[in-house]
Design a binder for this molecule. Structure first.
Ligand code: NAD
Ligand code: DAU
Length: 332
């Protein structure tokens, strides 16, 4: 049994990881989370208090980070500003949290010689053409498009430098688009599900031909545990479940699953610099660490996610008006 310091554990994927790790391991978990607009303490409800502790604070707070890292056996670093559209409106918190925050954690891990796992995104690789059979691998050159993905790319490079220069025992994972319960309603899938619940037509950016490679958040968590337990220091593992779908297909599946006509959506202004296609080659993770995704039926996973949003309106209702106000101000 060991203690994991999980940053960003009150957000979507961080809280999924905390839940998954409590169920599948004997680790105790300390969550460090600033509780920004994107988080919800309720995402940690029902977990055993003797195994999970929430510390409210900022990953850029060097003395707090030092104190918590000193007591941890490993740091699993999820905390970030994560929404591309927000990064186009105001990049500054992305630089502070994703770069300075990661630097602060790395320095504490260096001082205390703590195992470090950095959670990152496939967006650091830029995008692929729609008709290109290629997928991202750990050798794909970095080519980020948005302020969000540029700061995540920078944070990955900081981790690599701390491994090479200081011998930090660190690994990195770059995962594709996650879906599942407790995702903030600003993101594509929960935005459309909650719009349909509210009798508002889903909003498709541009033509809807952009492709994302969807993975269930629980499959992401299982992969992170495999890397923590068996990953090689200094290595980068790409996480993906062969879930490529274009945005139009996703909206039409949501509409059908929610009993609406498949054409009951609206096209809205496209995202500036909108990445065309992401696709992950996860063979290194599968072959080296024996990970395989369990959620291979996207429609079934989406159906369960829709049911969760229908049954947990109290969780998301407080987020909805602010998220939609921000979108209508920017024409989305
Ligand atoms: P999220 O926006 O739902 O949650 C982020 C969490 O980090 C929130 O709880 C927030 O309060 C916390 N946080 C933000 N700034 C902080 C700070 N300065 N100090 C402490 N806590 C802070 O994000 P998510 O979608 O769950 O993503 C989690 C991680 O996974 C991110 O690093 C993201 O880049 C990465 N990722 C996300 C996806 C995806 O599809 N959502 C895919 C691949 C990788
Ligand atoms: O690929 C991993 C990344 O996936 C993560 O690193 C990010 O943190 C996460 O937010 C996500 O980024 P995307 O920009 O791909 O996700 P988003 O949910 O914002 O949008 C998914 C796609 O849907 C994208 O092509 C834009 C489109 N979209 C989005 C919204 C909110 C729409 O068509 N309509 C919408 O209303």
């Amino acid at each position: 049994m060991s203690t994991l310091l999980v940053t960003g554990g009150a957000g979507f994927i961080g809280s999924s990881f905390v839940r998954y790790a409590i169920e599948h391991t004997t680790h105790n978990i300390v969550v460090l989370d600033k509780l920004t607009y994107a988080s919800d303490k309720a995402s940690l409800d029902g977990l055993p208090s003797e195994r999970v502790e929430l510390v409210v604070g900022d990953i850029s707070d060097a003395s707090l980070v030092d104190e918590l890292t000193a007591k941890a056996d490993a740091v699993v670093h999820y905390a970030a500003e994560t929404h591309n559209d927000n990064s186009l409106l105001d990049p500054s918190p992305f630089l502070e949290t994703n770069l300075v925050g990661t630097f602060t954690l790395l320095e504490a891990a260096r001082r205390h010689r703590t195992r470090f796992h950095h959670i990152s995104t496939d967006e650091v690789y830029g995008d692929l053409e729609l008709d290109d059979p290629a997928k991202f691998t750990a050798e794909t050159p970095y080519n980020p498009s948005s302020p969000y993905s540029a700061t995540k790319a920078g944070s990955d490079l900081l981790v690599r430098a701390w491994v090479r220069s200081f011998g930090l025992e660190a690994t990195i994972s770059n995962c594709s688009n996650n879906y599942g319960p407790r995702q903030h309603v600003e993101k594509f899938i929960p935005r459309q599900i909650t719009n349909v619940i509210d009798r508002v037509r889903p909003r498709l950016y541009g033509k809807g031909e952009n492709v994302r490679d969807w993975i269930h958040a629980d499959d992401h968590s299982a992969a992170v545990l495999a890397i923590l337990e068996r990953g090689r220091t200094g290595e980068t593992y790409l996480i993906g479940a062969d879930g490529e779908k274009n945005n139009l297909e996703v909206i039409q599946t949501i509409l059908r699953e929610m009993g609406e006509s498949a054409d009951a959506y609206d096209h809205v202004k496209d995202r500036p610099g909108h990445d065309l296609r992401y696709a992950i080659d996860s063979s290194k993770l599968r072959d080296e660490l024996g990970w395989t995704p369990q959620f291979t039926d996207f429609t079934a996973g989406l159906r369960d996610t829709i049911t969760w949003y229908r049954e947990n309106e109290q969780w998301w209702r407080g987020q909805k008006a602010d998220a939609e106000a921000k979108y209508s101000a920017s024409g989305h």
